[in-house]
Design a binder for this molecule. Structure first.
Ligand SMILES: Nc1ncnc2c1ncn2[C@@H]1O[C@H](COP(=O)(O)OP(=O)(O)OP(=O)(O)O)[C@@H](O)[C@H]1O
Ligand SMILES: [Mg+2]
Length: 255
């Protein structure tokens, strides 16, 4: 099964009412390959992630995850298979500590309710796991801090820790560096690269900053007006006249 793509999409479509937002998208992502989905504002990138990850059912087409068809399954049935995602807007519990933010999905995964009164020793293993992930991401020192006290870039790293704690096979990252300053962006890129190399996690990310995309992705898909406009290596995409036309003649790029 090693050659089975981690994600295979066949003729995927989704409409909001009569408005066809994504249309006839087919693509494959090999295991372990760092891949990017780019496209002007409103091209349908977030919608595509929402449909692939089970937030909305597709109106057409099929989704296969690691060789298994998952078309139309809701997100809570897809997550346990090993596909996780982050959101365009940071999604953490601000009042909980950084460690608790990571601990909650681990407790849920192990089907234990979360209670602050449970003796610490019984949850020791899960605390250790949470701390391992925080250390891997480089934010262990913030473990006891309420998440709201962190800088924006560090909050996004907490979100990454929450996702990685569940040991996903595929992570969909919707604009992981949005709103970050240049140093935070650099740190996030290095982290994604390192995680992909060291742990074999497959990352599929959307990104508006072309510098980030070209420095990180092995394969790029370009979405334009809901359809797949081009597929290729960074060099091929950079040289593509259709892609230039889509960006220069169509929408704008946030960067
Ligand atoms: N819930 C919704 N109901 C109706 N239309 C929507 C909904 N969500 C998004 N759209 C529309 O679908 C189109 C695609 O939006 P989407 O958010 O998927 O684009 P995107 O490529 O992620 O854009 P951005 O780069 O700005 O994040 C847009 O025209 C948007 O206005
Ligand atoms: Mg979006």
């Amino acid at each position: 099964m090693t050659n089975v793509p981690i994600l295979k999409i066949e003729h995927l479509g989704h409409a909001y009412g009569k408005f066809q937002v994504i249309n006839d998208i087919s693509l494959e992502i090999p295991k372990g390959e760092l891949t990017a989905l780019i496209g002007p504002n409103g091209a349908g990138k977030t919608t595509f992630y929402n449909v692939v990850s089970g937030r909305f059912p597709p109106s057409k087409g099929k989704v296969f995850f690691d060789g298994q068809e998952i078309t139309g399954r809701p997100a809570h049935k897809i997550v346990p298979l090993g596909m996780l995602r982050s959101f365009q807007i940071t999604n953490i519990f601000p009042e909980l500590s950084v460690r608790e933010n990571v601990l909650i999905p681990l407790l849920l995964q192990h089907r234990r309710g979360y209670t602050f009164f449970r003796p610490l020793s019984r949850e020791k293993q899960l605390y250790q796991k949470a701390d391992e992930v925080l250390s891997k991401i480089g934010i262990l020192e913030y473990g006891d801090k309420p998440a709201r006290e962190l800088a924006y870039g560090d909050k996004r790293l907490v979100e990454m820790a929450i996702v990685l704690a569940r040991k996903p096979k595929l992570v969909l990252l919707d604009e992981p560096t949005a709103g970050m300053n240049p140093e935070e962006t650099e740190r996030m890129i290095l982290l994604i690269k390192e995680l992909a190399e060291r742990f074999g996690t497959t990352f599929f990310l959307t990104e508006h900053d072309m510098k980030v995309v070209f420095s990180i992705a092995k394969q790029i898909f370009v979405l334009h007006q809901g359809g797949l406009l081009a597929t290729g290596t960074p060099e091929e995409i950079r040289a593509s006249p259709q892609v230039r036309e889509a960006y220069l003649g169509g929408g704008t790029i946030k960067c």
